[in-house]
Design a protein around this ligand. Structure first.
Ligand code: NAD
Ligand code: TYD
Length: 330
């Protein structure tokens, strides 16, 4: 049993991680989360945890939450590339200042620190896969600020000897993902008979990772990772966006005519691909193939309308109108 401070644990991946830790490891968990538009207390409903409502950039809240824990796992982030293009401010505050506040608190308390990061810090790759020694070449304000956070984490290992590890995941999907991201957005639009907005030619490739596989991978790195190192955790399958959307149309029984090509994202990364040999050497293996996981994910959204209906009828509508209004005419 480990005592964990899980920052950003009310979000999509953080809440899956907390569930895995309570179920499979019997850990004692405190979640610290700012509850931004993407964070939801309901994601942790019925789980036996302590909850602190605060931002990671708040030094007093962090100092008191970190007391007595064995490790900090930091998921807290602004996570949507499109929002980072239109409103980068919170990305800089949370990823740069927030990560620094957490690292300082971990250094003072002398606790292990795991930073949850992304394949997007490496930029786009035409062929082959990124390894942990690939140069960081981020393209968007999201990935640039995540890369900055990774460098800050590495500096706390090199400068102060803080036992840090970094876990870089590829694109996650699964239950409880906020419907601004490709897969849940397309599922909910398909269920409503709304247009399915494909950016550019739809041939961008993502390396899909089921959320529980990432949660278990992070656990492996926390338990067995070498301090100062980074570990890639990539999904077992790659798929162009257009194929993902076509498969969602089939699984939901939606009409093909909903597929709508819209203006491309500025600076859009063409392909992500992660080599995960290093984390495999720690004993991790992805368990869910994309075809199976996508089917389960569609079924989860079909069966859990009470989770997403309040989101879809709330502030999300304004976001959606801002982001897609000009390019989609119903
Ligand atoms: P999410 O948007 O679903 O959740 C983010 C959580 O962080 C929310 O609960 C939010 O309230 C919280 N948060 C945001 N700013 C905060 C702050 N300043 N202080 C405290 N809490 C704050 O994101 P997610 O998809 O679960 O991603 C979690 C982490 O995994 C992020 O660090 C992200 O960069 C990384 N990641 C995500 C993916 C993916 O495909 N979603 C892939 C690889 C890595
Ligand atoms: P997204 O889920 O935003 O993840 P990321 O940009 O971090 O990879 O997008 C996944 C891919 O889907 C990406 O190539 C952009 C594309 N996309 C669309 O084509 N339409 C959409 O409405 C969204 C949200 C994404």
């Amino acid at each position: 049993m480990t005592k964990l401070l899980v920052c950003g644990g009310a979000g999509f991946i953080g809440s899956a991680f907390v569930r895995v830790r309570l179920r499979d490891h019997g850990d004692e968990v405190t979640v610290l989360d700012k509850l931004t538009y993407a964070g939801r207390r309901e994601n942790l409903a019925d789980l036996d945890i302590d909850f602190v409502h605060a931002g990671i950039e708040d030094p007093d809240a962090v100092a008191s939450a970190i007391e007595g824990v064995d490790a900090v796992v930091n998921f807290a982030a602004e996570t949507h590339v499109d929002r980072s293009i239109t409103e980068p401010d919170a990305f800089v505050t949370t990823h740069a200042v927030g990560t620094w506040v957490l690292l300082e608190a971990a250094r003072r308390a002398g606790v292990r620190y795991l930073q949850v990061s992304t394949d997007e810090v490496y930029g786009s790759i035409e062929e082959g896969s990124f390894t942990e020694s690939s140069p960081l070449a981020p393209s968007s304000p999201y990935s640039a600020t995540k890369a900055g956070a990774d460098l800050l984490v590495a500096s706390y290992f090199h400068t102060y000897g803080l036992p840090t590890v970094i876990c870089r995941g590829s694109n996650n999907y699964g239950p409880r993902q906020y419907p601004e991201k490709l897969i849940p957005l397309m599922i909910l639009n398909a269920l409503h008979g709304d247009p399915l907005p494909v950016y550019g030619d739809g041939m961008q490739v993502r390396n899909w990772l089921y959320v529980d596989d990432f949660a278990r991978g992070i656990g492996h790195v926390l338990a067995h990772g070498t301090p100062g190192e980074a570990y890639n955790v990539g999904g077992p399958d790659e798929c162009p966006n257009l194929d993902v959307v076509r498969r969602i149309i089939e699984l939901t029984g939606a009409d093909d005519s909903l597929l709508t090509y819209v203006r491309d994202r500025p600076g859009h990364d063409r392909r992500y691909s992660l080599g995960s040999e290093k984390v495999r050497a720690l004993g991790w293996e992805a368990q869910v193939r994309f075809a199976e996981g996508l089917e389960e994910t569609v079924a989860w959204y079909q069966d859990n309308r009470e989770w997403w209906e309040p989101i879809r009828s709330g502030g999300y509508r304004e976001y959606y109108a801002r982001q897609y209004g000009a390019s989609i005419k119903d």
